[in-house]
Design a protein around this ligand. Structure first.
Ligand SMILES: *[C@@H]1O[C@H](CO)[C@@H](O)[C@H](O)[C@H]1NC(C)=O
Ligand SMILES: *[C@@H]1O[C@H](CO)[C@@H](O)[C@H](O)[C@H]1NC(C)=O
Ligand SMILES: *[C@@H]1O[C@H](CO)[C@@H](O)[C@H](O)[C@H]1NC(C)=O
Length: 771
């Protein structure tokens, strides 16, 4: 038997080659199928709405319900194949989700740094470039029959609590940063060719989902109690920006309940907010099996048919899981749901498939139809993975300065720690199979001789058996690099952390090695969430600290480039680094963002928490030094508002007017900031602009809010002028206790590093309207 295999595989291989890299048959509307090719839904010349209507009109209800699930059934009589909706591309094409299969001609894909690391780059063009490259590789894999076209990425939940195991997947704790990330990455994935989609992205998990499993409370049973104020000014912001600015083709609802209602069964969240207010042009999908979860685990409805009906009526269009295929037809039969509701859901999913070109016949005719295996893991894609890691790595401490090390003086390095020679740890979760890896040890070995010691067998670091060898190595080397931190055994999906300190005896190892080290000791932390490394911050024996996040397939090369100064770090932490005591004061289940003195509640994130930190949001050093000066900024800004029977411009002078009453248009504040590099090395600076509202809005407003950021490369001794626009209504508004967005009149201030600028916001009434 075995003897027939080699010739057979050879023949298949030759057939594949002869087809010019084009292995996939048409999904539907095959030009060779005379029975379907002239049906209206197959005619690319017709409008999509018309084609979708035609197709739905041809389907029987049994066929319809089998299209409501991720594993959508084929409709052979209409020439439509089955489709697996579930693929992922959080930071490169991933192997999570049955829609993507690595192997054969697609053994690997470029594995970019985990999102928390690329967020630290604060570079919107980088995020878009990552999406563009990931979707090139995704289209290539689709063409080869190895992947789908619908990707359930990015994850844009707010990194609300530092213990969250999935914080690594997110762009951090700030809603505006997360929203910008979402819009940029989605644009990269989906392309910007009008209504056509390169691939379809999905912003998830809507909403207030940021707890996996903490002290026995898990995401399948958690009811997040969230105020209207926090929903509007924190949890929903990235989703709104993803839909409105990123024009995402899908939103995924979450497992948890919000205020007693499962998000996937909540018409206020789905129909009214995402589809109505924000105008989603796309489909709403459940998290995997979340309809089943709210029936079986949350007992939200008493029958499965009611669960199916509630979900679809709330605005759900697609179920990840079998539940809707099993129960929707009976729900219709029982009169809990109209068939027209099912048609509405299908219209949303089929429209996305049509926008992807799936009903346009031969996929090789598609604009991305010629991408193939040679477009995956290309040198330029892999170079972007390296570049993204360099841009994201953050320099937290540099005493002396001892960094960068010099190849002349530091010829032999001790490379120590449980993460010192890791590969898959660097790609975090929701990754795929990387094209290749450069571990930290391999990266450093390109610059110096190395003595390698693990110090601890793994990140749990339960004993000191290997300490002696590590200390010995540090005593011999010219410098020591400790690569420590976390991995997926400590923080992951379904695993929240208990505390913020380094696990086991890692701290002990670092201190002992630093004390013994002959030369400078540099600590590199790999982690998604923040770590309380106060011990290292305060230890004079640890001269340098870098945070690498999970830096992706080329992470070790990027770390080495920064350690030796080939690359000048410019990343900034996208989340607050709290001390361990902080998490002892608050339950992970408490969703409140705002602090409460009377309850002894510290509040969350830099926007509301004012206590001690290890490193603040936005912190990050460089090998050079930048100074800012404000070249121009307005002192007074006037906002046109609709007049009111009971008011005039002088008595609204000190109030906060509703955004809906302001004629916002494109009204924005324009600033010119000069950034001067006063050091002796070229470098990249990230300008962060925070605003603070007038005093007296304390119970509504954040202490400060990131309103703009801009990354700029400035050569040594040079100066660069940066122009920044701040949209007044979107960015200077705050949300009151009832969830209404208002613009406070009076003196606002902007903070850019050490520069502070105040300006007055004034309303000017346009005319009286009778209300
Ligand atoms: C480092 O990791 C690489 C890749 O996994 C492996 O081939 C190599 O043997 C490791 N080196 C040491 C010194 O453990
Ligand atoms: C505006 O309101 C103030 C205070 O209520 C009042 O004194 C003033 O006369 C009003 N001005 C106009 C133009 O109505
Ligand atoms: C932002 O990222 C892009 C893509 O990698 C890069 O070309 C650009 O130089 C970066 N911007 C700065 C200021 O570093």
């Amino acid at each position: 038997m075995a003897s027939i295999f080699p010739p057979l595989t050879t023949i298949i291989f030759l057939l594949v080659l002869l087809r010019g890299g084009q292995a996939r048959d048409p999904f539907a509307c095959d030009p060779k199928n005379a029975g379907t090719r002239s049906l209206p839904f197959c005619k690319a010349s017709l409008g999509i709405a018309e084609r979708v209507k035609d197709l739905i009109g041809r389907l029987a209800v049994e066929e319809k319900v089998r299209l409501l699930v991720n594993n959508a059934a084929a409709v052979p009589r209409l020439g439509i194949k089955g489709y697996e909706w579930w693929s992922e591309a959080l930071h490169g094409v991933s192997n999570v989700g049955p829609g993507t299969k690595f192997g054969g001609r697609f053994p690997a894909a470029t594995s970019f740094p985990q999102v928390i690391t690329t967020a630290a780059a604060f570079n919107a063009s980088l995020w878009e470039a990552l999406g563009r490259v990931a979707s090139d590789e995704a289209r290539a894999m689709y063409n080869g029959g190895s992947s789908g076209l619908t990707y359930w990425s990015p994850n844009v939940n707010i990194f609300r609590d530092p213990r969250w195991g999935r914080g690594q997947e997110t762009p951090g704790e700030d809603p505006i940063l997360a929203g910008k990330y979402a819009a940029s990455y989605v644009r990269g994935l989906q392309g910007t060719d009008g209504n056509r989609l390169k691939v379809a992205a999905s912003c998830k998990h809507f909403t207030a989902y940021d707890l996996d499993n903490w002290k026995g409370v898990d995401r399948f049973h958690f009811n997040a109690e969230v105020s209207k104020q926090d929903i509007e000014d924190t949890f929903n912001v990235p989703f709104r920006m993803c839909v409105k600015e990123g024009k995402v083709a899908s939103v995924m609802c979450s497992y948890n309940q919000v205020n007693g209602v499962p998000t996937c069964a909540d018409p206020v969240l789905l129909k009214r907010t995402v589809r109505g207010l924000w105008g989603l042009n796309g489909y709403i999908v459940s998290d995997c099996d979340s309809v089943g979860v709210f029936y079986n685990a949350q007992h939200y409805t008493s029958t499965p048919e009611e669960a199916a009906a509630d979900a679809i009526k709330a605005g759900l269009d697609l179920d990840c899981g079998p539940f809707l295929a099993q129960h929707t037809q009976n729900a219709v039969r029982k009169g809990l749901l109209r068939e027209a509701d099912v048609d509405g859901a299908l219209a949303n999913t089929l429209t996305v498939q049509m926008r992807l070109g799936m009903y346009d016949g031969d996929p090789s005719g598609h604009p991305y139809g010629n991408l193939g295996p040679s477009d995956v893991c290309t040198p330029s894609h892999q170079e972007l993975a390296l570049e993204a890691a360099r841009q994201g790595i953050v320099l937290l401490k540099n005493k002396g300065p001892s960094l960068p090390l010099s190849t002349r003086r530091h010829r032999t390095l001790a490379v120590i720690g449980p993460n010192s020679n890791v590969t898959v740890t660097m790609i975090g979760n929701y990754a795929g199979i990387a094209c290749g890896y450069t571990s930290p040890l391999q990266g450093i070995a390109k610059y110096a001789n190395t003595i390698h010691e693990l110090g601890c067998a793994n990140v749990a670091c339960t004993d000191d058996k290997l300490f002696g060898r590590a200390i010995n190595a540090a005593q011999q080397a010219d410098a020591t690099v400790l690569v420590m931190g976390l991995d997926q055994s400590i923080e992951a999906e379904t695993v929240d952390r208990a505390g913020l300190l380094l696990p086991g005896r890692q701290q002990d190892l670092a201190s002992k090695v630093a004390a013994a080290s002959k030369g400078p000791t540099i600590l590199v932390i790999m982690s998604g969430g923040p770590v309380d490394i106060s011990f290292a911050k305060n230890d004079p024996g640890i001269q340098g600290i870098l945070w690498a996040g999970y830096p992706g397939q080329a992470g070790g090369a990027a770390i080495a480039d920064i350690v030796f100064g080939t690359s000048n770090p410019g990343g900034k932490v996208p989340m607050t680094w709290y001390p361990q005591e902080y998490v002892e004061k608050l339950a992970m289940t408490n969703m409140a963002m705002r602090s409460s003195r009377s309850k002894g509640y510290p509040g969350r994130t830099y926007r509301f928490y004012n206590g001690p930190v290890v490193y603040p949001f936005g912190y990050g050093l460089s090998y050079t030094h930048f100074v800012h000066t404000l070249a121009s900024a307005p002192k007074v800004v006037s906002i046109p508002v609709d007049g009111h029977r009971h008011g005039n411009s002088s008595n609204i002078a000190n109030k906060a007017i509703k955004v809906t009453h302001a004629r916002c248009g494109k009204l924005s504040i324009s600033l010119h900031v000069d950034v001067k590099n006063v050091g002796s090395r070229d470098g990249t600076h990230t300008l962060l602009v925070f605003s603070a509202p007038p005093a007296g809005n304390g119970h509504w407003a954040p202490h400060k809010q990131l309103v703009a950021f801009h990354k700029v490369h400035v050569p040594a001794k040079a100066q660069h002028r940066v122009r920044i626009n701040i949209h007044v209504c979107k960015l200077l508004s705050v949300v009151d206790a009832s969830g209404t967005r208002r613009i406070p009149m009076g003196l606002h201030s902007l903070h850019i590093g050490d520069v502070k600028h105040s300006f007055a916001l004034q309303a000017h009434t346009l005319g009286i309207i009778k209300s």
